[in-house]
Ligand binder design. Structure first.
Ligand SMILES: Cc1cc2nc3c(=O)[nH]c(=O)nc-3n(C[C@H](O)[C@H](O)[C@H](O)COP(=O)(O)OP(=O)(O)OC[C@H]3O[C@@H](n4cnc5c(N)ncnc54)[C@H](O)[C@@H]3O)c2cc1C
Length: 341
């Protein structure tokens, strides 16, 4: 499939990409988002239950709530949204025409491109157990969206880092029974978190690995797990209602690192940019966590300001004959009409 030519293609539907899509609408630019995952929201999917305190004007809100509001705001001006599409290549066909190609072979044409790929494409690591993906639709989780989903349940968490221990501490007073399983003898987390864990009645299984997931005969869920103590060789069966796995993440290759366009990089990963979101390639802009420049702020607030700068530059790039002026949402005609409607 080859698409219609938009003013900008935004690669990545996290906070930076979503805000860029919103701001493109504010500046009357046509935009599309292309996102690798099935859902928009970016890294906020990794911490949906955590409270975010540091976005100006937003009272402490969970990652999940902030993410949903970002997704809604990002679609205010109806950008074209393409999910499950991983961009693998960008080509410059003409000075003002770029083609972004996805892993499925789709081609997205636009006058400019915004790279908003953040930490890249990251997947939670799976336990090395054959067929484990069958349980991902039922009671095997890689993140916690709502702590209350586990009230009065028997839960096992696999992992020994900050997130696993943080979740264990947050869940311990809600669940019926909680097991923390770690293949090593020591936890790698903040001391205060570890102390809280050790003082609780969480069942801690160190030097232990999950050897088998025992399926329920009625549905596609796990009814018990088989644990092996690697020091003693002892096997144990734990009946559970939910299994939460938090053993790190795996990253996919990033197209910008070996692009024939030769992006200038910093530390062989970050795209070298400017505070106006320009990269070493005219017409390609980089925003959010993927970009680096003097004074870059790797926070949601920083992603927003990068997005505004990129869109303002794109407006000038695409429509140089129209005098540039600051746009305030309070005076935006389209938004006023929307309010009336
Ligand atoms: C645990 C944790 C807690 C945090 N807490 C806070 C906080 O309290 N306050 C705060 O301000 N910030 C916080 N942050 C940081 C914040 O989440 C990031 O700064 C922000 O998500 C960056 O947004 P982004 O859009 O640049 O990147 P991301 O959120 O990483 O989004 C990038 C998107 O691009 C997609 N993508 C990547 N490559 C491709 C490709 N080739 N094709 C298509 N799509 C692609 C990815 O799938 C992803 O959806 C936290 C981060 C973490 C990990």
């Amino acid at each position: 499939m080859t698409s219609e030519i938009m003013d900008c293609t935004i690669i990545g539907g996290g906070p930076a990409g979503l805000y860029a899509a919103f701001y493109a609408g504010m500046r009357d630019l046509s935009a599309r988002i292309v996102e690798d995952q099935a859902q928009l929201g970016g890294k906020l999917h990794f911490y949906p239950e955590k409270l975010i305190w540091d976005i100006g004007g937003v009272v402490p809100s969970t990652g999940y709530d902030v993410m949903n509001q970002m997704i809604e705001q990002g679609q205010t001006f109806n950008p074209e949204v393409n999910v499950n599409e991983r961009i693998v290549k960008i080509e410059k066909l003409e000075p003002h025409l770029f083609e972004c190609t996805s892993a499925t072979g789709n081609k997205y044409l636009s006058k400019t491109v915004i790279v908003a790929t953040g930490g890249g494409i990251v997947y939670p690591k799976r336990l090395p157990i054959e067929g484990i993906e069958h349980f991902e639709q039922t009671n095997l989780h890689y993140t916690i969206y709502r702590l209350d989903d586990f009230i009065d349940k028997k839960v096992a968490i696999v992992g020994g880092g900050n997130s696993a221990i943080d979740w264990a501490n947050e869940l311990k007073d809600k669940v019926k029974e909680l097991h923390l399983i770690h293949r090593k003898g020591q936890f790698k987390a903040h001391e205060a978190q570890i102390n809280e864990l050790l003082e609780s009645d969480i069942h801690i299984h160190t030097h232990s690995t999950v050897e088998e997931l025992m399926p329920d005969s009625h549905d596609e869920s796990i009814k018990a797990i088989k644990l092996k103590n690697e020091q003693t060789g002892r096997m144990e069966t734990l009946p559970i209602d939910d299994l939460i796995v938090n053993i790190g993440f795996e990253a996919h290759d990033n197209f910008h690192q070996n692009s024939p366009l030769n992006f200038e990089l910093i530390d062989n990963y970050y795209i070298k940019g400017t505070s106006e979101a320009q990269t070493s390639i005219e017409g390609i802009y980089a925003i959010g966590d993927i970009v680096d420049f003097n004074g870059k702020v790797r926070l949601i607030a920083g992603a927003y300001s990068d997005a505004v700068n990129a869109i303002n530059q794109i407006r000038q790039h695409c429509y140089p004959l129209i005098q540039d002026s600051i746009v305030l949402s309070t005076f935006h005609e389209g938004l006023k009409q929307r309010r009336k409607g």
